[in-house]
Design a protein around this ligand. Structure first.
Ligand SMILES: Nc1nc2c(c(=O)[nH]1)N[C@H]1C(S)=C(S)[C@@H](COP(=O)(O)O)O[C@H]1N2
Ligand SMILES: [Mo]
Length: 325
């Protein structure tokens, strides 16, 4: 069935008069008309664009885990998103100023189909699924998150990459008006990340548009963010506006900012300590525990490749992972 995801619940009654919702409805009607005329697959997802809107009829993806989930509350209030400030609570407090529609993504470089694509055009091609992934921050805390999204590889096919596309570079929006943290030179804005092409095409590599069955809250990287579960969290770049296919390894934000501490690969590796702390254990933020209990009492061993070795270890055969950290 092409429509693996059906439209979410109706827009909440309390919001029906807001201009944003009117614009949203106009956009949806336009999109539905285009879809009816053109038979766009996966049209059902088009309506779920506002944070909090539920996706219904989501199919379960192949990747999952039985571990205790992080609560929605913790996953959406304890965040790293320096564009909104450096405190974990800043993104939840300030990310509402980010406007996630309309949203376009420039796709360019070593591909046959470069262009500026509307996020909803992209969503029209894709079939969404739910996947539960462990997520390990380089700061030694971890979460277990049910994401909604699609494999990056399924999207990349649409752009017809050429043989010399060896790396993919990603860029976050730069707009200090919407992202107050960008008014300060904390990082070299815009935030940039990158993957080797075979990493990007691995089936685990996810582009996420939702979390816990609903549209991504802004603080989690709406409207589209990367999730690479075998790498430290900073590789999972948020609010993507540019994807560039390159022949050479792209510069990446944290590597530029502190190259001795953060490498290009940044695979989760308990045997390679960060210069300032061990990576052998992690604080799991999950279950019924309060955030403070999780942060101060629960330490579990960190697994190589965050436990995804069977899927990804072969990507690094013959590489010295102490050197290519
Ligand atoms: N654009 C952007 N993407 C980003 C970051 C950021 O500061 N800016 N922080 C990264 C880090 S360090 C982590 S741990 C994860 C946090 O994702 P979460 O807040 O959804 O848990 O986002 C990553 N993606
Ligand atoms: Mo992180």
């Amino acid at each position: 069935m092409a429509h693996s995801v059906r439209p979410g619940s109706e827009i909440p009654e309390s919001q029906v008069t807001s201009p944003a919702v009117c614009a949203e409805r106009r956009r949806f009607l336009k999109f539905t008309a285009a879809a009816a005329a053109g038979g766009i697959a996966g049209v059902g997802v088009a309506r779920a664009t506002q944070a909090g809107t539920k996706f219904t009829g989501l199919k379960k993806g192949g990747f999952t885990t039985d571990e205790e989930l992080t609560s929605f509350e913790d996953a959406t209030s304890y965040n790293n998103f320096y564009e909104f400030g450096t405190d974990k609570s800043d993104p939840a407090e300030y990310a509402h100023t980010l406007k996630t529609r309309p949203w376009t993504i420039v796709v360019e470089g070593e591909i046959d189909k470069p262009g500026t694509y509307d996020i909803d055009e992209i969503l029209g091609w894709m079939s969404l699924e739910e996947r539960i992934y462990r997520f390990r921050c380089v700061e030694a805390w971890s979460m277990v998150i049910p994401w909604v999204g699609f494999s990056m590889s399924d999207l990349v096919k649409h752009f017809r990459p050429r043989a010399n596309a060896k790396y993919v570079e990603f860029e976050t929006l730069q707009d200090p008006e919407q992202m107050r943290g960008q008014r300060y030179p904390i990082l070299n804005w815009p935030y940039r990340e990158g993957l080797r092409m075979d990493e990007a095409m691995n089936p685990l590599t996810l582009l996420a548009v939702g979390i816990y069955g609903e549209v991504l809250p802004n603080q989690n990287g709406a409207p589209l963010r990367l999730v690479v579960p075998w790498k430290y969290g900073f590789k999972s770049i948020k609010s993507i506006v540019r994807i560039n296919f390159r022949e050479t390894q792209p510069p990446t934000t944290w590597n530029d900012s502190a190259p001795r501490e953060y490498g290009f690969y940044s695979n989760v590796n308990p045997d390679r300590p960060h210069p300032r702390w061990s990576q052998a254990k992690e604080r799991r933020i999950a279950g019924e525990r309060t955030l403070m209990e999780s942060l101060f009492t629960t330490r579990i061993p960190t697994l190589p490749f965050n436990g995804y070795g069977e899927h990804v270890a072969s990507l690094y055969t013959g590489m010295d992972l102490q050197k290519h950290y």
